[in-house]
Design a protein around this ligand. Structure first.
Ligand SMILES: *Cc1c(COP(=O)(O)O)cnc(C)c1O
Length: 494
């Protein structure tokens, strides 16, 4: 399998190169040259396998240079019982006859980022060997919450990597900050930045392109690398769980072989729903992909009108991991729909210059055939959380609630009751405040006490990694000004 840039198919990369480089030199995203089809008996063959084995089977189709033995070791390490609190890894909960919820938050940080960030470090460190890279990868992450902790847990103590995370001092929740500053591991560093998420993100981007810093790092035996969601090594592990969920439903005879489903995904950077699209391209019988957004509904408008326009008000919502106006992974979908890197490049150039682009009628009609976009605001998000808990005793987080709202809107509008799988992306205990309010609590406890309050209210225990934060000691207290981030990098590297 060769990989190309979404903006140019002349230069081709191996999988290991794609994973170590993260981004193509021309700014495009490294993407498989074609999407492999599953053999016709594949779903029958893997439906009785464990999640780890399914992951090997599916990932192998994209990673020829990796042996089955290697991938098996990675999958066992990434998705073992010491990491995930469910033996199913990504269990499917049936809500009603035609609605199933794929829970992607049973990993060490209680958000769906773990599904990929537990696997990526193994892929990356093996890729460093395969590409004969001698330096240590210094992974720089700017985070608004979930990604930073997910990357820290994934990369902790992984040989030949160092991971440094920057978060905005006043831009993350108390639980999220505690999760990061108590991080264990010998190769990790965490620093707060005075400013907001954009300041941290801009600072990290500057570090990546600073030639003096690059040379100083090289002198110390390091090079910068990235773990953000445009790395192919993060998209690939996400394809697995959609296929796996279908297999679970087949195995449990809730679906008949070949039966069509719809998939609904709460979307920010478009990575998670893109993986569902690729699962469909591989042959999973998916009809509609329902793209759920919060008030930052740039994707809803794009899917309806064929115009992507980021020139709009930015809202801070109670589903903060979807507060995004540039959905980077959309670029890979555009390549698949156009099959023309030159056309993708044109759209991306326009986006960079004007913040807006309009796709051709051909692309628009392909897009609308496959995707439906819906959004909801915070009030609707809380209504859905409450209704789901009252009707089904099922506690969901704010991001998942946005997805259930979108599915409801889709069904009401179209009358299409095809069985649907909804991706559930975070534990409700990560967003205690909003969830408690949704359930009618008017006074929400501060810090970790909110976990107990949610347990008292619902009778459900907090996930161990969050409850365990109480006993962890704070290891990182550094706060840097946004233009001094380089000092933090050098001091954390030692
Ligand atoms: C990252 C994240 C999302 C958005 O996923 P994308 O792949 O960026 O579309 C949704 N929900 C939660 C909880 C997340 O952490």
């Amino acid at each position: 399998m060769r990989y190309i840039s979404t903006r140019d198919n002349v230069i081709q990369y191996s999988a290991a190169q794609a994973i170590t480089q993260g981004l193509a030199k021309d700014g495009g995203l490294l993407t498989p040259f074609f999407i492999p089809k599953l053999p016709s008996k594949a779903l029958e063959d893997i439906k009785d396998m464990a999640y780890q084995q399914r992951a090997v089977y599916i990932m192998k189709q994209y990673l020829e240079e990796f042996s089955v033995k290697e991938l098996t070791d990675f999958a066992n390490a990434a998705y073992g019982p010491d990491k995930f609190d469910s033996p199913a890894v990504a269990p499917v909960r049936t809500v009603d006859e035609v609605t199933h919820c794929l829970e992607l938050w049973h990993g060490p940080t209680c958000a769906f980022k773990d599904m990929a960030l537990q696997m990526l470090p193994h892929l990356l460190s093996a890729s460093l060997v395969k590409t004969e890279e001698e330096k240590t990868a210094c992974i720089l992450v700017a985070t608004s919450g979930d990604t930073g902790k997910g990357a820290l847990e994934g990369f902790k103590n992984v040989p030949r990597t160092k991971i440094l995370v920057f978060y905005p001092k006043d831009g993350v929740s108390e639980v999220q900050e505690l999760q990061m500053v108590t991080q264990e591991g010998g190769n990790v560093g965490v620093s707060a930045v005075v400013g907001n998420f954009d300041d941290a993100q801009t600072g990290v981007k500057k570090l990546f392109s600073d030639e003096t810093v690059r040379q100083e790092l090289a002198r110390r035996g390091y090079f910068f690398s990235s773990a953000n969601s445009i790395n192919w090594g993060r998209v690939l592990p996400q394809i697995v769980y959609y296929i796996s969920a279908y297999c679970d439903l087949l195995r449990d005879e809730k679906l008949a072989p070949g039966q069509t489903i719809n998939i609904c995904v709460p979307t920010g950077n478009f990575g998670n729903i893109l993986a569902a699209y690729y699962a469909r391209e591989m042959g999973l019988p998916i009809d509609q992909l329902i793209c759920a957004s919060n008030s930052n509904n740039v994707l809803t408008d794009f899917l309806r009108e064929g115009v992507y326009d980021r020139n709009r008000t930015f809202y801070n919502t109670m589903s903060p991991s979807m507060d995004i106006l540039i959905s980077s992974n959309l670029e890979r979908l555009l390549l698949s729909l156009t099959q023309d890197p030159a056309e993708v490049k044109e759209y991306m150039t326009r986006l960079a210059q004007t913040g807006r682009y309009q796709v051709s009628d051909r692309v628009k009609s392909k897009l609308q055939k496959r995707f439906k976009g819906y959004f909801c605001d915070d009030q609707e998000t809380q209504r859905v959380i409450r209704a789901m808990f009252e009707r089904h005793g099922y506690l969901i987080d704010t991001h998942t609630a946005v997805a259930f709202s979108a599915l409801e809107q889709y069904r009401r509008e179209t009358g299409d009751n095809t069985p649907a799988i909804v991706a559930s992306t975070a534990s409700p205990f990560k967003f205690c405040g909003s969830v408690l309010e949704a359930l009618g609590e008017t006074r929400v406890a501060g810090g970790l006490d909110a976990l107990d309050q949610l347990t008292a209210k619902t009778g459900q225990p907090a996930p161990a990694p969050l409850a365990g934060l109480r006993d962890k000691s704070v290891r990182f207290t550094q706060v840097v000004e946004k233009d001094r981030m380089v000092d933090a990098v050098l001091s954390l590297l030692g």
